[in-house]
Ligand binder design. Structure first.
Ligand SMILES: *Cc1c(COP(=O)(O)O)cnc(C)c1O
Length: 366
């Protein structure tokens, strides 16, 4: 028996997360520049200028450990969202928050419920701690709330749900979500992943944080990676009842959020102008891309996020052909959608490059 064979079977069974292809990797492979990456739902504006200025001013301090409690950022979040400090936990990306929920609430002999076509980290976090994943069939690529609550077993401790969902972009209206939450047993933690909530229109926007007093079993996770433009610095946060947060803090590694990330998140939180520019750019780009796909005669799933899933037939083949034209999108075969690709909404020029490369590849005229 080798060292690695002695690891738990549930660890060896994990299929690693497949990230979007980095620009530098495609450059190396093809020897080309001018690559357009629309693969990881990053903010095409780049970071807020305020974040860059703050980081430049703080570079001299990186020999010091960060504030392990993230006091300044938590204070800013508490003020911004009307929360108590004891309702907040910070993560190295919101990915950390999902992992903490799994570590604290799941383990062998328990299960987690999530939808088909849901974010890949839910099954990963579940498997890593030796819990059983219960994948619930989707309805029109979105969460089937009825089926999800019906799937809760006696050993279920966590339900993961993203609103909007990635990679499908589907959205659950707030009244439906709230009514569903009221039917979930209080001994089951609902992890409501709101990575894209900032992109919702005024009409769809809702305040899940105001629901927290009613639900001791609700954990809302949010991120600075998408609308706040800080994916590379890895900052996210969770909001829940103090008792839940206390447990998450016990499994949180010390110093999990770096000092530049803490600072950049704090200043970007107050940069309303930056946020508004990104959201407006996304709205215009979404229109540009959906119009373009319609001209190409392609189906897509209406999206509430900063990305769009569209159907091309052989997703893996079209992905490869787009790569050769210097356009990186995201194959979603691993999400049970082999006929689909996902494209992130970019700058107008990037969206145009994507659409014309796609027209080329499919030999259709735009
Ligand atoms: C991008 C994304 C996240 C956030 O990841 P970070 O770790 O915060 O960068 C979380 N959930 C979903 C559904 C996402 O798409």
């Amino acid at each position: 028996m080798s060292l690695c064979d002695l690891t738990a079977a549930h660890i060896r069974a994990i299929a690693p997360y497949q990230p979007g292809k980095p620009i530098s990797e495609l450059e190396r492979e093809l020897g080309i520049s001018d690559i357009v990456k629309l693969a990881s739902n990053e903010n095409p504006l780049g970071p807020s200028p305020k974040a860059i200025a703050a980081i430049e001013g703080a570079l001299g301090e990186i020999a010091l450990y960060p504030d392990g409690n993230g006091f300044a950022l938590k204070t800013a979040l508490a003020r911004r969202f009307g929360l108590g400090m004891e309702q907040l936990v910070l993560g190295n990306g919101s990915n950390d928050i999902l992992e903490f929920a799994a570590r604290a609430f799941l383990g062998p002999g328990t299960s987690a419920v999530y939808s088909r076509h849901a974010f890949a980290v839910y099954p990963l976090a579940t498997q890593t701690v030796g819990a059983r994943g219960i994948e619930v069939p989707a309805h029109a690529f979105g969460c089937d709330l009825e089926a999800m609550s019906a799937a809760i077993a006696s050993d279920t401790r966590v339900v993961f749900i993203a609103n909007p969902n990635n990679p499908t972009g589907t959205f659950i209206p707030a009244p439906d979500l709230l009514a569903w939450l009221r039917r979930i047993p209080v001994h089951v933690l609902v992890v409501l992943d709101e990575a894209y909530t900032e992109y919702l229109s005024e009409q769809d926007r809702y305040d899940s944080l105001s629901w927290l007093p009613e639900f001791p079993n609700l954990l809302v996770s949010r991120t600075f990676s998408k609308a706040y433009g800080l994916a590379g610095l890895r900052v996210g946060f969770g909001v829940a009842a103090p008792a839940v947060i206390d447990l998450l803090n016990r499994v949180r590694p010390p110093f999990n959020v770096n000092s530049l990330g803490l600072l950049a998140a704090e200043v970007t939180l107050d940069d309303a102008d930056y946020l508004a520019r990104g959201v407006a750019l996304n709205r215009a780009g979404m229109l540009q891309i959906t119009n373009g796909l319609r001209r190409l005669g392609l189906d897509y799933i209406p999206s509430w996020g900063n990305f769009l899933a569209f159907r091309v037939g052989d997703g893996a083949a079209v992905y490869q052909r787009l790569l050769r034209r210097g356009v990186i999108v995201r194959p979603v075969g691993a999400y049970g959608m082999p006929e689909w690709l996902r494209v992130s909404i970019g700058l107008a020029s990037q969206n145009e490059t994507f659409l014309s490369a796609l027209a080329d590849v499919l030999e259709r005229s735009a």
